[in-house]
Write a protein that binds this ligand. Structure first.
Ligand code: ZN
Length: 241
């Protein structure tokens, strides 16, 4: 089976459609989302509906959580907070309920998905370095886990108490190691590469490959400006930051 792993879509419908088309061309048979389906960009409901249409299981991201809630998102920075409040108003009760019902972690076949970390996922900590990765890897029950939240592709692996960081394009999964992999962000990359990112996991070949896809960014940016979302959310897309 070939799985397309979609991280941090963030309501960017143009990027999502481009990624789905690319993944389909490469033979993807199943789609999964590591959360933050909504927030920042202008098409939260449409992205949720598209994922539902293709039967993609998802875990809950922090933006999904706060967009589904009435709790004040005070501890977000002002730009993220404005986008969350805007998103809340865009979604109907059904969409908000669907976001609220998303699980924090999910096991799919021989791998797990989580938004932030398997270590205290409800605290939304980030996995940036091997120390952060170790806390999650120690709790990982499957040989492979995909996470999101940082919007940057990265891979870590652990064996016999040793944790390694590995930048990757195509990674061959070796027996005896546990892998913790970020597919990058579909809708708001932050690794200084503005192209939409996603990963393909091939469970027969035992490989995970990273893919970058061009999309109609100008359309996404125009929607942000027209909708009254923060201009900074449009600008950052150009820089992948
Ligand atoms: Zn995110």
């Amino acid at each position: 089976m070939k799985y397309a792993v979609l991280g941090d879509i963030h309501a960017n419908l143009e990027a999502l459609e481009a990624v789905l088309a690319d993944a389909e061309r490469r033979g993807a048979e199943q789609y999964v989302s590591t959360g933050d389906i909504v927030g920042y960009n202008a098409n939260p409901a449409e992205c949720m509906d598209r994922l539902r249409e293709i039967g993609a299981p998802a875990v809950q991201g922090n933006h999904d959580h706060y967009a589904s809630d009435t709790e004040s998102p005070d501890f977000f920075n002002p730009i993220a907070r404005k986008a969350i409040l805007w998103t809340r108003h865009q979604l109907d009760a059904g969409h908000r309920q669907r976001l609220a019902a998303l699980p924090m972690t999910l096991r799919i076949a021989d791998f797990t998905i989580v938004h932030s970390s398997l270590f205290e996922p409800e605290k939304w900590g980030y996995i940036f370095d091997t120390g952060d990765a170790a806390a999650s890897l120690l709790l990982q029950q499957t040989p492979l886990c995909f996470f999101g939240h940082t919007h940057s592709p990265a891979a870590f692996r652990m064996k016999e108490g040793r944790v390694e960081f590995m930048p990757y394009e195509t990674l061959r999964l070796e027996a005896g190691w546990k892998y913790l992999i970020n597919p990058g962000s579909v809708g708001q990359p932050r690794d200084r590469n503005p192209l939409a990112a996603y990963a393909l996991y091939d469970d027969r070949q035992r490989t995970v490959s990273l893919h970058r896809v061009e999309y109609d960014m100008a359309a996404t940016q125009a929607k942000i400006l027209k909708s009254g979302l923060p201009e900074a959310d449009a600008v950052r897309l150009s820089f992948g930051h």
